[in-house]
Design a protein around this ligand. Structure first.
Ligand SMILES: C[S@@+](CC[C@H](N)C(=O)[O-])C[C@H]1O[C@@H](n2cnc3c(N)ncnc32)[C@H](O)[C@@H]1O
Length: 462
């Protein structure tokens, strides 16, 4: 066990990582609502290509078929700002020229946070589909309000990494579980110490939301305690999986994700199109056993764990899913677009000078790369990307960033993580060259091997 700095107070006891992680995340989503996207971007929060690929896939499967009881029920679990649902529905309506599928569709957005759902209902892109969607406040591991066998398709993006996750470490044939404890400097808060500790313990969202931001100041202490895997849920699958662990590498065991997969199995009805999830983690056993790879992340206080995809596949198979696909997320998008695609930020990472640039110059390069791509790119949706200036940016660069951001096209690449195709990038080669990109950088961006922690698409079918 390590020791926290002296000025910090423990906000509770040491507990298994899943207990504190879920505690902190429900406070994070509960008090921040749609402002979560100020702390992190996802591949669906502004971009539309993943949503369109899902809509195309759904349409191809549903076309020419009749839904059971007259309605195709789609559920999305953990919905963020609702942009995935909005782009899915808009694209489906557009490709469904003969009104075969869209009129029989009902899309249910499920989320644990009322603040998030409030934001979703106010999303203008989604409001265009009033009557075709509804929102339900529910915990993704306890979706008990729906009838078994009633759902056609389930989708989730970046929710498994938020759900209860334990961490295992193997050492000479013994297993150890990670325990966490949060600490905070309580002198920084304008509230009596014991009052705060009680609000934090009981997750008093209304009161905690009134305080100055404190989640990202939490200091986490870790400890590992010996465990017997035979006492854990799904012990047999887990024991077989853990035998393949290399010693001393922390391995996430995504218990909450297991529950969603089991729930999906119950909810999916006859002739269903499966459960599709996208998340961030280790796709193969080799990735899991890669020394030094990260296993958790903190974004503005939110605590996420990387996803152990091989274990989830085993789990899915053990509960009866017979058709399981695992592929890199960009492969799924590529198959839909019929072209190699990558996220714009990955392209920028291959700029020959990016590594030596200070952060504000990287912002200028990102904005200039967006401008270069926007000479050829046209989004089907109107919406200008907001690009705030980072704290600490010198005056001259600040001015340049503000100007570049102001001049971004309202129909341009919708996000810094948006997918762009090789054709789009090559069509913008001239302005990209002026920014210092060489053709070999672009080729290597499109042909790099995936890192051990990547965005992955897992599909469970029956
Ligand atoms: C990382 S965000 C992803 C949002 C959205 N899918 C996207 O990709 O932009 C996780 C979402 O899951 C929701 N969430 C977290 N834990 C949940 C739980 N146990 N049950 C239901 N929703 C949950 C959060 O409120 C948030 O909307």
């Amino acid at each position: 066990m390590t020791h926290p700095p002296k000025n910090l107070t423990a906000l509770g006891e040491f507990q298994p990582s899943d207990i504190w992680q879920t505690h902190i995340n429900s406070i994070f989503y509960g008090i921040k609502g749609p402002l979560i996207h100020n702390h992190f971007q996802t591949y669906v929060s502004l971009d539309y290509r993943l949503a369109h690929a899902l809509a195309n896939d759904f349409f191809n499967k549903a076309q020419g078929q009749q839904p059971e009881n007259g309605t195709w029920y789609i559920q999305e679990w953990g919905v963020g700002n609702g942009n995935l649902a909005a782009c899915f529905l808009s694209h489906l309506r557009e490709i469904d020229a003969e009104n075969q599928v869209y009129p029989s569709l009902h899309y249910i957005l499920c989320d644990e946070s009322e603040e998030i759902l409030k934001g979703v209902r106010a999303n203008p892109r989604l409001q265009e589909h009033a009557g075709t969607f509804s929102t339900v406040r529910i915990h993704a591991e306890h979706l008990d309000c729906f009838r078994n066998g009633s759902v056609t398709k389930i989708i989730s993006n970046e929710i498994w990494d938020d759900l209860a996750t334990k961490v295992l470490l193997k050492h000479q044939d013994f297993y150890y579980e990670e325990y966490l404890c949060p600490f905070l400097d309580l002198d920084t808060l304008p509230i009596e110490k014991y009052e705060f500790l009680e609000q934090f313990r009981t997750k008093d969202l209304a009161k905690l939301a009134e305080l100055p931001p404190f989640l990202d100041a939490i200091h986490w202490e870790r400890d590992f305690q010996r465990v017997d895997l035979a006492d854990w849920p799904y012990a047999e699958i887990l024991q077989a999986h853990a035998k393949e662990f290399k010693d001393e590498i922390p391995m996430p065991v995504n218990m909450g994700a297991f529950s969603t997969i089991a729930k999906a199995k119950e909810l999916l009805g006859p002739g269903n199109f499966g459960y599709t999830s996208f998340d961030y983690g280790m796709k193969t056993m080799q990735d899991l056993n890669q020394e030094g790879r990260p296993y958790f992340n903190l974004y503005g206080g939110q605590y996420t764990f990387m996803v152990n995809f091989p274990l989830l596949e085993n789990m899915g198979r053990s509960i009866g899913f017979t058709n399981i696909t695992s592929e890199y997320q960009n492969q799924f998008v590529q198959n839909d677009l019929g072209s190699i695609a990558l996220s714009l930020v990955d392209l920028m990472q291959h700029h020959p000078r990016v590594v030596e640039m200070p952060p504000w110059d990287r912002d200028i390069l990102m904005l200039s790369t967006l401008h270069a791509l926007n000479t050829v790119y046209r989004s089907p949706y109107q919406g200008k990307l907001l690009y705030p200036v980072m704290e600490g940016t010198p005056k001259k660069q600040r001015k340049q960033i503000v100007q570049l951001a102001k001049n971004l096209s309202g129909r341009g690449v919708p996000d810094t993580v948006a997918y762009v195709t090789r054709e789009e990038v090559l069509a913008a080669l001239k302005p990209l060259r002026k920014l210092g990109y060489r053709e070999k950088d672009i080729e290597s961006a499109f042909n790099s091997p995936p890192p051990p922690v990547s965005f992955v698409h897992l599909q469970f079918g029956l």
